[in-house]
Design a protein around this ligand. Structure first.
Ligand code: NAD
Length: 421
């Protein structure tokens, strides 16, 4: 089986629930609380029509899931991908709950997705799909209730259409209904880079912990979108050498280092990183196993599994993607002494600056990029230090430690609020 076939056979929702169960066992969580936190609060499925450019009407299926609202409104991205499933969205929503708790921002977890390959649609069709999907999920979203953001194949333009659609229905402009907007519409400085920047802050802290000199370190990155391509640029600015990158079409490998700005330009021109002059084409399975010090999965779920975890050569795995590793892979990597920075910590920079954006929108304020980045650094380094302290105290891996921190925070909030009615 290929990596893609293996990934397709693993249900992310089962993975998310198993990760939660491990933490709940260790925390000796009250059985009632455990039952509550193990399920999403709300799952909305919508089937909605879109008029295509050729005049035909297509019906698309989308989801919005709210996992937990104990600590604040739901927060989480919208994914456009042909393989989206309700179980995937449920897993991503649960991970958002823990992520917001790890970094201590006042949100619950949510996520949304539409089953569509947007690369096959015109811009006009993507706009129509976005506006109608926004309308369909309007029963759940709102600046005090549930705030979407970009995820795979959605971007600032899609957020602008969502914000405009919601605002049209309200009759006034509501910038705080989504984050990741263009700066001109109340977006935050630094939001576009935030996920990658947070990942790089974590890698700097992890490198210190394992005595790795980043200036002489090598890095491989799977996924070359918002998270992956910007992480490549930022880690190179730290002096590291990026030896391999990939996108959905495959990867490239150059052991003496890739010039990231040239790879970005190449991808823009050719639609793929493959064929980049001077580099060898490799597959998305091979990129995970190349010789490197730091591996950054920044694409999709279930990439590092029991089948390939034993062959990962990196000393640090930094999960910019959500759910790239299975629980079996975690055990194997921990056994082999690989330092894993788990998704709910490693990619939390995105939701943290989304929170900054929302605070600025609600206050009609605008912060400088320097202020945003400094606040982000403060939150990420504190969350990393708190997680590492638990990992050392309990002699456990960083994912378990992050879950212990997060689940305890959510459980405390939920228990304090009590059971309604
Ligand atoms: P994106 O759409 O900007 O980029 C996704 C990248 O992954 C593209 O380069 C695509 O070609 C590549 N890709 C798709 N399928 C692949 C495959 N099978 N193998 C290798 N590469 C593949 O999306 P993004 O926002 O960068 O999201 C990437 C990951 O980061 C996702 O797991 C997402 O949930 C997570 N994440 C994103 C944010 C954010 O703010 N954008 C925040 C937190 C986590």
């Amino acid at each position: 089986m290929t990596t893609e076939q293996v990934a397709a056979h693993i249900n992310p929702w089962e993975v998310a629930q198993r990760q939660f169960d491990l933490a709940a066992d260790k925390l000796n969580l009250d059985p009632g609380l455990r039952r509550v936190l193990r399920q999403p609060r709300r799952e909305l499925t919508v089937h909605f029509p879109v008029k295509m450019d050729d005049g035909s009407v297509q019906v698309f299926t989308g989801y919005r899931v709210q996992h937990n609202l104990g600590r604040g409104p739901a927060k989480g991205g919208i994914r456009y991908h042909q393989d989206v499933t309700l179980d995937e969205v449920k897993a991503l929503a649960m991970w958002m709950t823990w992520k917001c708790a790890v970094v201590g921002i006042p949100y619950g977890g949510g996520k949304g997705g539409v089953i569509v390959d947007p690369k096959k649609l015109s811009s006009k069709e993507v706009e129509a799909l976005t506006r109608r999907f926004t309308t369909e999920i309007e029963v759940l979203i709102g600046p005090e209730r549930d705030i979407p953001a970009p995820d795979v194949n959605t971007n600032a333009q899609v957020m602008a259409w969502m914000m405009d659609t919601y605002s049209m229905h309200q009759g006034y402009t509501v910038p705080g209904v989504v984050t990741g907007k263009p700066i001109s519409l109340g977006g935050s400085e630094g939001r576009n880079e935030a996920t990658a920047r947070g990942t790089v802050f974590c890698i700097i802290d992890a490198a210190r912990e394992v005595s790795l000199d980043l200036a002489s370190a090598t890095v491989a990155i799977q996924g070359f979108g918002n998270a992956g391509s910007i992480a490549a640029r930022l880690i190179a600015e730290e002096g590291a050498t990026v030896v391999a990158v990939s996108d959905s079409t495959g990867g490239i490998h150059k052991p003496d280092g890739l010039d990231i700005s040239r790879v970005v330009a190449w991808k823009k021109e050719h639609g793929t990183v493959q064929g980049f002059p001077g580099a060898k084409d490799i597959t998305n399975a091979e990129i995970l196993e190349v010789r490197c010090d730091v591996l950054i999965p920044a694409a999709l779920e279930n990439q590092i599994t029991s089948r390939n975890a034993g062959r990962i050569q990196a000393r640090i795995v930094a999960e910019a993607a959500n759910g790239p590793s299975t629980p079996e892979a975690d055990l194997e990597l921990f056994r082999r002494g690989v330092f894993m920075i788990p998704d709910i910590l490693c990619n939390a920079g995105g939701v943290t600056v989304s929170y900054f954006e929302w605070v600025q929108d609600l206050n009609r304020d605008h912060w400088s990029e320097q202020v945003v980045n400094e606040k982000l650094r403060g939150i990420m380094t504190r969350a990393f230090a708190e997680t590492l302290a638990i990992a050392k105290r309990d002699q456990c891996d960083m994912r378990t430690a992050a879950y212990l921190l997060a689940v305890q925070r959510v459980a405390d909030a939920t228990a304090m609020r009590g059971l309604y009615p």
